[in-house]
Design a binder for this molecule. Structure first.
Ligand SMILES: C[S@@+](CC[C@H](N)C(=O)[O-])C[C@H]1O[C@@H](n2cnc3c(N)ncnc32)[C@H](O)[C@@H]1O
Length: 242
């Protein structure tokens, strides 16, 4: 389970602290690196998430692990009156806030420093909740999902975009080569943090994807759980309701 995969193997600190430090360290390079390591396809995946959320005409949307706010910014297109981006890393949030300011969206998107596993919101607060490439970083996945369930309104939509592992030949062999050998080298070249891109591929390999993740969502209480594999299975979009 992803719980035991941490960025800094020699450290005794908990996963949450290590993850926060790692994202603070890479925050300035994060957007550029994201485009490079996913060949720009992550932009297309986030658009699909926005479409799924937009189709439900939400009034309020919470984007957890919002990072540099790419998804939160795109969620403005849903027409929601209230968009909140929450993240545990002050560095990532700061980069996101600057982007929001540049786009003059600061009166539409609120950026909150907080922990996705202990949400600072009342029960049944949001019509829609999204998490893109975030749940894999939770220290306690089920606790985080329970919190999401708690603050989602009944009939609200929950959409998760997360890495997955291709299961079909030849994609699985190519993916193994890419994530095991190429990704860490790209990470080292572009990032100040050598551990970071080792962690990204290791945590992706350890994360329960597809039906395994669907079953965890069902266990928490979500209904209408579906997963839609993306781009040869390197990522998945999960939808669920309460
Ligand atoms: C890979 S980035 C994804 C950022 C953004 N959602 C995107 O699509 O680009 C993962 C983010 O999760 C955040 N994160 C990790 N654990 C968290 C937690 N427990 N609560 C809130 N955010 C968390 C990190 O700080 C980081 O910004």
């Amino acid at each position: 389970m992803s719980k035991n995969v941490t960025p800094y193997k020699e450290s005794n600190r908990g996963k949450k602290e290590q993850v926060t430090e790692m994202f603070d360290t890479i925050s300035e390079n994060y957007d550029g690196l994201n485009r490079v390591i996913s060949f720009g396809i992550d932009v297309k995946w986030r658009k699909k998430v926005v479409k799924l959320v937009g189709d439900t005409n939400p009034k309020s949307v919470l984007d957890i692990a919002t990072g540099t706010a790419d998804l939160a910014i795109n969620l403005v297109k849903t027409g929601a009156e209230r968009i909140v981006g929450l993240d545990i890393s002050p560095g990532m949030l700061e980069v996101g806030k600057q982007k929001i300011k540049k786009k003059e969206l600061h009166d539409k998107i609120e950026m909150v420093l907080g922990d996705g596993e202990k949400l600072p919101f009342e029960d049944n607060s949001f019509d829609a909740i999204t998490v893109a490439f975030g749940v894999r970083n939770f220290e306690n996945l089920e606790q985080g999902l329970q919190e999401i369930y708690r603050v989602l309104k009944p009939k609200g939509i929950f959409v998760v975009l997360e890495t997955a592992v291709p299961t079909k030949t030849p994609y699985k062999q190519f993916y193994r080569l890419y994530s095991g050998r190429i990704l860490p080298v790209i990470g080292k070249l572009f990032s100040k943090d050598n551990a970071a891109y080792g962690y990204l591929s290791e945590s992706a390999a350890a994360f329960p994807f597809g039906e395994n993740f669907n079953n965890i969502l069902r266990k928490i209480g979500f209904i209408d759980v579906k997963d839609k594999p993306q781009t040869f299975g390197v990522a998945s979009i999960y939808t669920a309701t309460k």
